[in-house]
Design a protein around this ligand. Structure first.
Ligand SMILES: CC(C)(COP(=O)(O)OP(=O)(O)OC[C@H]1O[C@@H](n2cnc3c(N)ncnc32)[C@H](O)[C@@H]1OP(=O)(O)O)[C@@H](O)C(=O)NCCC(=O)NCCS
Length: 179
């Protein structure tokens, strides 16, 4: 368990922690699948065994390959190792995971910053997501507001979860000379 002092030390280390965020390629599929399944296994208290199994089935390499066709997946690389991932599909944030061993070091924040910057550049008016119970505070602190409870169904298993959104800031219009 990390205490506050450890988190602070990690955050200071992060300043010199060179990471690369890039779009995922087919070569990353197996690693992304492993990362999602590993993090899911290490969060056993959030979901029932049935929900965990369905989620793992939904994130096999074969499924990630299919998902890649209609979503943009980004990953964060450190020392040639993929340590986090986040995806975007039609204005929705999906598949946001950071490797368990480097959690709470600010890597998720950097990934979300990257995605929000990408969304702003693409002039997306808002970003939506469905939050896991443990990530709620993280998203609230990032300015996401709860808009309701939704039930997703994966392989016939229901997941009632919290839907959130963030209105992206709209840059002021350039001065075009009107008074
Ligand atoms: C959510 C997640 C991607 C965040 O990644 P991360 O690298 O740990 O995030 P950061 O280190 O940037 O954390 C930023 C802040 O959120 C807090 N935080 C992050 N994850 C948290 C968690 N699971 N529980 C409680 N607090 C958390 C951190 O302590 C930190 O708070 P601080 O700024 O006050 O110190 C990561 O926890 C994860 O992979 N979770 C499991 C999968 C999941 O729930 N994904 C979200 C799907 S909607």
């Amino acid at each position: 368990m990390q205490n506050q002092k450890t988190v602070l030390i990690y955050k200071n280390l992060l300043k010199n922690y060179k990471m690369l965020i890039r779009e995922a390629t087919n070569d990353d599929i197996d690693t992304i699948s492993r990362l999602i399944i590993d993090v899911t296994d290490k969060n056993p208290n959030e979901y029932s065994a049935e929900q965990i199994n369905a989620w793992k089935k939904y994130n096999t390499p074969l499924q990630i390959r299919k998902q890649m066709k209609n979503r943009l997946i980004f990953c964060v690389i450190k020392d040639k190792k993929l340590i986090g991932t986040i995806a975007l599909k039609k204005g929705c944030i999906l598949g946001f995971y950071v490797s368990y061993s480097v959690r709470k070091m600010g890597i998720g924040t950097k990934l979300l910053d990257y995605l929000e910057k990408y969304a702003s550049e693409k002039k997306m008016p808002k970003l939506k997501l469905i939050s896991t119970p443990s990530a709620l505070t993280f998203y609230k602190n990032r300015g996401y507001k709860i808009i309701g409870i939704v039930t997703s169904s994966i392989y016939g298993i229901d997941y009632p979860e919290t839907e959130m959104e963030k209105i992206m800031s709209i840059k002021p219009m350039p001065n075009i000379g009107y008074k």
